[in-house]
Design a protein around this ligand. Structure first.
Ligand SMILES: [Zn+2]
Length: 138
């Protein structure tokens, strides 16, 4: 099997609804997303995927949706109301789920699967240099 990995970092804010601890207050992280792809075949060019194209497509999705944005649970009316009172804002809402790295990893996995299908084996999201969550179907 061939395997590719690509990593991209982005800045975003979030908070966890109904959680008791530091993460109940709005705060931010420098997140890192890692996409892992695998296949037993490569193209005539010798690629599993074209890194330049993957980086451009993934970067565009992250820039449009998460980078310099605030990630919220759609039940978090207080936070969403506060952000919506601002003229400049970027808000990304998860339906009925807290914006944890687990939820983010699954969401990004589903986006990248739409672009690259079964070549995508897993997605990992780091929220600090010492902790990550990963999603795969295996
Ligand atoms: Zn956090």
């Amino acid at each position: 099997m061939y395997a590719n990995r690509i990593a991209l970092s982005f800045e975003a804010g979030h908070r966890l609804l109904n959680y008791r601890g530091k993460c109940e207050a709005p705060h931010g992280h420098t997140f890192q997303a890692e996409i892992f792809l695998s296949s037993d075949k490569i193209s005539e060019m010798g690629f599993l995927v074209d890194f330049v194209e993957l980086k451009a497509r993934l970067g565009e999705w992250i820039d449009d949706n998460w980078d310099h944005g605030f990630l919220a649970n759609d039940q978090d009316e207080e936070l969403i109301g506060a952000l919506e009172s601002l003229k400049e804002r970027k808000l990304f809402v998860f339906q009925g789920q807290n914006p944890t790295v687990e939820v983010m990893a699954k969401y990004l996995y589903e986006q990248v699967r739409q672009l690259y299908g079964e070549l995508v084996s897993r997605v990992r999201i780091w929220e600090s240099p010492s902790q990550y969550a990963e999603y795969s179907e295996g």
